[in-house]
Design a protein around this ligand. Structure first.
Ligand SMILES: [Zn+2]
Length: 387
């Protein structure tokens, strides 16, 4: 049996080692820190990905898909990284290096290091079920806490979406709604309660969200979205918009603005037992006008009197919108861009139809004909589809 020192020497003779200067010159290299979590917390190389040695085999394919691209491994002093390099070669990686001198020499030579941001112990506890998911982890949770999501409407869809996003630790939630809480809202709008009857919905929602999670900053806009204020509202640097609007004029206004501001919109609508969800991502798929170039004439729009909705339906559709928004912020999974999801609560079915970008779309097409905001005439004062 060889001693540890002999085994290390033998391993080093079988792999490629590289010095810092040469490693920095490698084009398109993936840098992997194989040290333990406590060591990573004390600083790491800029741009490196942290995969502790013990997780290397299981997690490497998620980080380095191309087995021909260079991979630079480092640890504290180039021992663990040498064994790690051997492992990657055995897994078929063709261009693997162990960094000579490791993190210790890198730091000693005055090269740049990054100090990782970390969650406080309280936040680690609060978000522990996110930290356990490899696609989220501490880095993803920090991303959520840094992110900004705007909710159009604090009604049926905005209530569940805002509560789940707040619980998940989205750092800033903007909410725009001009309405006041009334008794007919409480059948489904769970952000509000008897305590907040008669108060503005944005204040009521803010109160509920702050009681749930003080990490979240709520930015209320107690106004209707109009062509006059939409640029100012959207100028707050939102990463994602959740559309819970209850009328066509706002939906078209929001669509055009989101294309021009390049912000993805998670769209939801509900009517009686049926709900629809999709993502209109201007950079990646169709917009609302690709499907419906202009609003229906008022006589064909559903009348206000018919706008009933099953109490729990907005909970399902609004939660799906929240889930899409979280994925967009985290950059994980596959969004509903280009797919319209249809939910039928009466028969409990989900269906999906493909939706495509229309090259002749008046807003996002090749030769746009709409280049400024249009204020369509309101069909009725309250919700036609999903109030
Ligand atoms: Zn379009």
């Amino acid at each position: 049996m060889p001693s540890y020192r002999e085994l290390l020497q033998q391993t080093k003779s079988e792999i490629s080692e590289i010095d810092a200067a040469s490693a920095q010159g490698l084009e398109g290299a993936v840098w992997i820190d194989v040290r333990e979590a406590e060591e990573w917390q004390e600083g790491h190389l800029p741009g490196a990905v942290h995969i502790p040695r013990g997780n290397l085999e299981s997690r490497i394919e998620g980080v380095a898909r191309d087995k021909t691209a260079p991979v630079v491994l480092y640890c504290a002093s180039a021992a663990r990284s040498a064994f790690a390099a051997k492992t990657l070669e055995e897994l078929g990686y063709e261009d693997v290096y162990s960094l000579v001198g490791g993190f210790t020499d890198w730091k000693r030579n005055g090269l740049e290091i990054t100090m990782p941001r970390t969650l406080s112990p309280e936040k680690r506890t609060r978000y522990s079920r996110h930290l356990l998911i490899p696609e989220i982890g501490e880095e993803g949770q920090l991303k959520l806490l840094d992110s900004r999501i705007l909710l159009i409407g604090a009604g049926g869809l905005g209530s569940p979406a805002s509560l789940y996003l707040a619980a998940a630790g989205i750092g800033t939630l903007g909410i725009i709604d001009a309405d006041i809480v009334d008794e007919t809202n409480l059948q489904r709008q769970i952000a509000h309660s008897l305590d907040t009857l008669g108060t503005p919905k944005v204040d009521s929602a803010k109160r509920t969200i702050e009681a749930l999670n003080p990490d979240v900053e709520v930015v209320p806009f107690q106004e209707r979205l109009t062509s006059e204020n939409i640029d100012a509202v959207l100028a707050h640097g939102w990463d994602v918009i959740i559309d819970g609007t209850d009328n066509f004029p706002t939906r078209y206004l929001l669509n055009d603005a989101s294309v021009w501001h390049d912000i993805p919109v998670v769209h939801g609508s509900i009517y009686r037992f049926e709900g629809q969800v999709t993502v209109f991502d201007p950079a990646n798929g169709p917009c609302y006008r690709c499907l419906y170039p202009s609003p229906p004439p008022p006589e064909l729009a559903p009348s206000c009197a018919e706008g009933g909705v099953l109490g729990v339906l907005p909970g399902i559709v609004g939660s799906l919108q929240g889930s899409e928004a979280l994925k967009l912020v985290l950059g994980v999974g596959e969004s509903l861009a280009g797919r319209l999801l249809l939910f039928d609560a009466l028969h409990t079915t989900f269906d999906e139809v493909a939706i495509r970008k229309n090259p002749d779309c008046p807003v996002c097409g090749e030769h746009p004909t709409i280049t400024e905001y249009i204020d369509y005439i309101e069909f009725c004062s309250r919700g036609t589809v999903n109030a």
